[in-house]
Design a protein around this ligand. Structure first.
Ligand SMILES: NC(=O)C1=CN([C@@H]2O[C@H](COP(=O)(O)OP(=O)(O)OC[C@H]3O[C@@H](n4cnc5c(N)ncnc54)[C@H](O)[C@@H]3O)[C@@H](O)[C@H]2O)[C@@H](O)CC1
Ligand SMILES: Nc1ncnc2c1ncn2[C@@H]1O[C@H](COP(=O)(O)OP(=O)(O)O)[C@@H](O)[C@H]1O
Ligand SMILES: [Mg+2]
Length: 277
C-alpha cells in the first residue's frame, strides 16, 4: 500500500514562475456557511487563500459577510441566497469547494442543487461536510466534473453504505469509490485516499487535530492545491499530508492544534517543501 511522503510535496509544489499573475494560480469558489456554521466556510476559504489560490470567492449566507471580510480581506464574497450570483461565481472557477458549513435543511438542499447545476465537466469540485450528507441522504444527483469527496467516517458511511466497523476493509472502500467515482479522501487518524489508482495512505497526523473545523480547513487546502497543481490526485494527497505535517509539528508543544493555526503556517510550510531548483 503506497504511503504519502514529503517527496510527493516536492514533486507537486512547483516553484512560482516570475512571469505569472493571480490568474496563473487558479480561481476557487467556495460555497457554504449558513447562519450557524459561518466559521466552517471562513476556515475553508482561509485555507484556500493561504495555500496560494490566485483568486478566492466565498458564496455564503450574508450573515457571515463582516466576519469573513474582517478575517480574510483577500476573499470576495457573494450571497448564497441569490441563485444568479451562485451561478455567475461558480461558472468561471477552476475549483469549486462546496459543503463546509452548508447545513442540511431544505434551503441548503436547494442551494446545493443550484450549485451542482452550474458546474461544468472540466471543473474540479471538492464535496465536503453537509454536501456529502445531502448527496447521500437526499439522493441529489452529482454533477459531471472531476469530483473530490472529503468525508469523515460517518459521512463515508452515509455515502457508501459501509458501516464504520467495516471501513478498515480497503477492498470494500475501493469498490464503493469505483461505484461513486472521483477521488475519495476518507478522513480518519490515518486518512486514506481512494481513486482509480492504488489507495494512498497518509502515515502522519495527531489526535491534537480532533477539533471542529479541522476538516473544513482540509477542504480549503485541497481546493487551493488543486487550483495550482496539475495532477489532482497528487495535489489532494499533498494537501492531506501538509495538513497533518503542520499539525504534528505544532502538537510537539500543544495539547490541541487549532485549524486556524494550521492555516497560518501553510505559506511557510509550502515554501519549505516546494520543488528544488
Ligand atoms: N465552526 C463551524 O462552523 C463548524 C462547522 N462544521 C460543519 O458542520 C456541518 C456538520 O458536520 P459534522 O461533522 O459536525 O456533523 P455530522 O452530522 O456529519 O457528523 C458528526 C457526527 O458523527 C459523530 N462521529 C462519530 N465518529 C466520527 C468520526 N470518525 N468523524 C467524525 N464524526 C464522527 C460525531 O460525534 C457527530 O455526532 C458540516 O457542514 C461541517 O462543515 C463542523 O466542521 C464543525 C465546525
Ligand atoms: N485522531 C486523529 N488523528 C489524526 N487526524 C485526525 C484525528 N482526528 C481528526 N483528525 C483529522 O481532522 C479532520 C476532521 O475532519 P472533520 O470531521 O470533517 O472536521 P470538521 O467537519 O469539524 O471540520 C480530518 O482531516 C481528520 O483526518
Ligand atoms: Mg467535516
Amino acid at each position: 500500500m503506497p504511503t504519502i511522503t514529503d517527496d510527493l510535496l516536492r514533486k507537486t509544489i512547483r516553484i512560482r514562475p516570475n512571469q505569472s499573475f493571480k490568474g496563473t494560480y487558479g480561481k476557487v469558489t467556495l460555497v457554504g456557511g449558513n447562519k450557524h456554521f459561518g466559521g466552517a466556510i471562513i476556515m475553508a476559504s482561509s485555507a484556500a487563500v493561504y495555500s496560494g489560490a490566485g483568486l478566492v470567492t466565498t458564496v455564503s449566507d450574508m450573515a457571515n459577510l463582516s466576519s469573513l471580510h474582517a478575517r480574510l480581506p483577500e476573499a470576495m464574497i457573494a450571497d448564497v441566497n441569490d441563485p444568479k450570483q451562485v451561478k455567475a461565481l461558480i461558472q468561471p472557477a477552476k475549483v469549486v469547494v462546496i459543503g463546509s458549513g452548508l447545513g442540511t435543511d431544505a434551503h441548503s438542499q436547494q442551494i446545493l442543487k443550484e450549485a451542482f447545476d452550474a458546474i461544468s465537466p472540466k471543473q474540479i469540485v471538492v464535496i465536503d461536510g453537509s454536501a456529502i450528507t445531502l448527496v447521500a441522504l437526499k439522493h441529489i444527483p452529482l454533477p459531471k466534473a472531476h469530483l473530490i469527496f472529503t468525508p469523515h467516517q460517518v459521512e463515508w458511511q452515509r455515502l457508501s453504505g459501509i458501516k464504520l466497523a467495516d471501513q478498515g476493509d480497503i477492498a470494500k472502500n475501493q469498490k464503493a469509490r469505483d461505484r461513486i467515482g472521483g477521488i475519495v479522501v476518507l478522513k480518519s487518524h490515518h486518512t486514506q485516499i481512494y481513486s482509480d489508482k492504488p489507495m494512498l495512505q497518509n502515515p502522519i497526523g495527531t489526535p491534537a487535530q480532533a477539533t471542529g473545523g479541522m476538516g473544513d480547513t482540509l477542504a480549503g487546502m485541497v481546493g487551493g492545491f488543486c487550483a495550482q497543481f496539475s495532477n489532482s490526485l497528487y495535489a489532494t494527497a499533498s494537501a492531506v499530508y501538509a495538513h497533518s505535517d503542520i499539525a504534528d509539528h505544532l502538537a510537539q508543544n500543544q495539547y490541541v492544534v487549532l485549524p486556524t493555526q494550521i492555516i497560518s503556517h501553510i505559506p511557510q510550510y509550502m515554501k519549505r517543501h516546494e520543488a528544488r531548483r
